[in-house]
Design a protein around this ligand. Structure first.
Ligand code: C2E
Ligand code: CA
Ligand code: CA
Ligand code: CA
Length: 281
């Protein structure tokens, strides 16, 4: 068992996926999971490092399986991509979390600058109707486009297909924030940072994990921060687990970050309770 938020959860063993029979069974179950309301959303605050003010939350999906317990996304997102369910899943996450945000905005008086950050898979960028879908949802829920950020992994974004570029440009034009996720793990031609219509870069947590153990790692992270700034983009750090890491990033002048040190991902009601307070962690 592992602690996450305030709930003890059972962790599904990814190794079980190696059984072909189980994989096909889970594929069937995953297709139904969206309709039977088995997916749940957790939210993790992103904070301004200088003040610990909550700037927004990242939406993280989990699968509340009736038999297997709470399954983490690293296990079923790849399966969802493989069996073509990822499109429905991403749209469900987008619409459900935006509805939740709309409610929080009404009930908790959140400002327009409070940002909901939604992960989008690579295939979603290939959908010609993505921008219309997002625009319609924002209009229906009366959420301004600037309150939404989509997080797209580095590997998904560098392919730069025509439809992908169209999606990115149109989302940007709409006013939605676009962030490169897991920066530093995928294929990286540095120059793409200046060529793509993105506004933020989230540095992968693997770069932080060695901050206090590997010689030269702080300088390395500082250089990456400079690189992101030189490209005119905002840097976000994920996986901040200790006070020391938070202090070091603050000293480097890094604006925002998230991680277990500040807050674990939490269920919607816990998140609402937190946001009803002072909004400082
Ligand atoms: P990600 O987008 O890089 O999400 C950050 C992951 O780091 C989350 O894992 C989060 O719980 C975890 N994390 C946060 N703070 C810390 C920390 O201080 N230390 C450590 N070690 N980990 C931390 P999670 O929720 O298991 O999500 C894993 C991945 O699943 C995400 O990585 C994302 O790629 C994918 N994912 C999650 N939700 C969605 C979704 O709605 N749609 C799509 N397409 N992918 C999703
Ligand atoms: Ca993310
Ligand atoms: Ca990430
Ligand atoms: Ca990741």
């Amino acid at each position: 068992a592992k602690r996450e938020g305030r709930s003890i959860i059972k962790v599904f063993q990814p190794v079980m996926l190696y059984s072909r029979q189980l994989r096909s069974q889970m594929a069937t179950e995953l297709r139904d999971a969206i309709r039977s309301d088995e997916l749940v959303l957790h939210y993790q605050p992103v904070v301004e490092l200088a003040t610990n003010r909550i700037l927004g939350v990242e939406v993280l999906v989990r699968w509340q399986h009736p038999v297997r317990g709470l399954i983490p996304p690293d296990t079923f997102i790849p399966l969802a991509e493989e069996i073509g369910v990822i499109h429905d899943l991403d749209r469900w996450v987008m619409s459900t979390s935006l509805r939740e945000l709309a409610r929080w905005r009404r009930e908790l008086k959140l400002d327009d600058d409070f940002q909901l950050r939604v992960n989008l898979s690579a295939v979603e960028l290939k959908q010609l109707d993505l921008v219309d879908y997002v625009r319609a949802l924002l209009r229906e829920l009366e959420v301004p486009a600037c309150s939404l950020v989509v997080e797209i992994t580095e590997t998904a974004i560098v392919t730069r297909g025509e439809v992908e570029m169209y999606s990115l440009l149109s989302l940007q034009q709409l006013g939605v924030g676009i962030e490169i996720d897991d920066f530093g793990t995928g294929y990286s031609s540095i120059s793409y940072l200046r060529e793509l219509p993105v506004s933020m870069v989230k540095v992968d947590r693997s770069l932080l994990s060695e901050l206090n153990t590997r010689p030269g790692q702080l300088e390395f992270v500082a250089a990456i921060l400079q690189l992101i700034r030189a490209a005119g983009l905002e840097a976000v750090f994920e996986g901040i687990e200790t006070q020391e890491q938070a202090d070091q990033l603050r000293a480097l002048g890094c604006n925002s970050g998230q991680g277990f040190f500040f807050c674990h991902p939490m269920a919607a009601d816990e998140t609402a309770a937190l946001l009803a307070g002072t909004r400082y962690l």
